[in-house]
Design a protein around this ligand. Structure first.
Ligand SMILES: [Zn+2]
Length: 335
């Protein structure tokens, strides 16, 4: 561990300097104070002290809320992918910041960190052959119910060993991983020839990050270990033997709504935020009053989201959106 010393930048090897001195878990109230270091050369940021793979099970099982899944809500959400103009709707809402939407019918896709399995259900409806990997054992119930091929564990277990993939998707995953370089390298020999790795993760070069500073929702301390910008991510990708085929920014309107809601909250180390404890979309809500309130909040949020959409689409077009969507191919100059 760092012991107060700055480590080297994982993307370019340069020196890191403290960028945010004091930051803690403002979503789920996990105790502990962290800082964010910034590379003097490429601007890459890392959470300090760094966590290791061994730290993660306790952190996630104690503080990351996973409740009972509402299967009806999940199925309803997955069905939206077949609605008319689904693509246009996703573009307007900024929800197409997810790699699996780039999959074509008949392709073989591995989704790493598939969570609720929504992406797998959507891909099935779109005629995509899909597999998933997820660390959370609670997801097994969902996989079994829908007969989905999900490996509970991680990519280093070499799941589905006899299968290679046209696309490997990591939606909001790489920023959580203690060693993203090792992760990218582990994926290289799981690609079919011409295959791509598609990653979505927060963009520290975004307009929202600059406006909200240490209150930006995507610091998500301590779960987010690395905070990329387009330069630092491209450097890391090259280092692990990939070329960046395409890179763009997308801002989910929901993120902006959550950003506005949390900005009014008092923050205190070790205390969970009301916004985040209520925002899980497939969780069973206990009381009628809570349901009623959720409907009101959701309608208000949709309206606010639609208005914010105009701003977000303009930010995305200028490359200043809140989430990066990156497509990687194996480097042509690979030895
Ligand atoms: Zn750097």
């Amino acid at each position: 561990m760092s012991g107060g010393q700055h480590e080297q930048c994982i993307a370019c090897g340069s020196k890191m300097r403290t960028f945010i001195e004091h930051i803690s878990d403002d979503r789920y109230g996990c105790p502990g104070v962290y800082s964010i270091d910034r590379c003097v050369s490429c601007g890459h940021m890392s959470t300090a002290p760094r966590l290791t793979e061994e730290d993660l099970p306790a952190l996630y099982s104690n503080y990351y809320p996973r409740r009972e899944i509402d299967f009806n809500a999940l199925e309803k959400e997955a069905g939206l992918v077949e609605r008319p103009f689904a693509r246009l709707r996703r573009w307007m809402a900024g929800t197409d910041n997810q790699g699996h939407y780039l999959a074509k019918p008949g392709q073989k896709v591995l989704d790493i960190g598939c969570g609720s399995c929504l992406s797998l259900l959507e891909m099935q409806k779109l005629g995509v052959e899909c597999w998933g990997v997820e660390a959370d054992p609670n997801v097994r119930t969902i996989a079994e119910k829908y007969a989905l091929r999900v490996h509970i564990g991680n990519i280093y277990d070499v799941p589905f060993a006899d299968q290679n993939f046209d696309l490997i998707v990591l939606n909001q995953v790489i920023e959580h991983v203690p060693d993203p370089l090792a992760m990218l390298e582990a994926l290289k020999n799981r690609l079919n020839s011409g295959g791509r790795v598609i990653l979505a993760f927060p963009n520290t070069g975004s307009f929202h990050r600059k406006v909200w500073k240490e209150r930006w929702i995507n610091w998500h301390i301590p779960y987010h270990q690395n905070h990329f910008n387009r330069t630092s991510f491209a450097l890391l990708a090259q280092k692990s033997g990939y070329d960046v085929a395409r890179i763009r920014t997308i801002t989910p309107n929901l993120w902006s709504v959550l950003q506005l809601r949390t900005s009014r909250e008092q923050r205190q180390e070790g205390r969970a935020s009301g916004t985040w404890s209520e925002s899980g979309s497939f969780e069973k809500s206990p009381s009628f009053i809570r349901k009623l309130r959720n409907v009101t909040v959701t309608r208000g949020a949709r309206l606010a989201g639609a208005m914010m959409g105009f701003v977000n689409r303009a930010l995305d077009a200028t490359g200043q959106g809140d989430s990066l969507l990156v497509e990687l191919r194996l480097s042509a100059t690979k030895n």
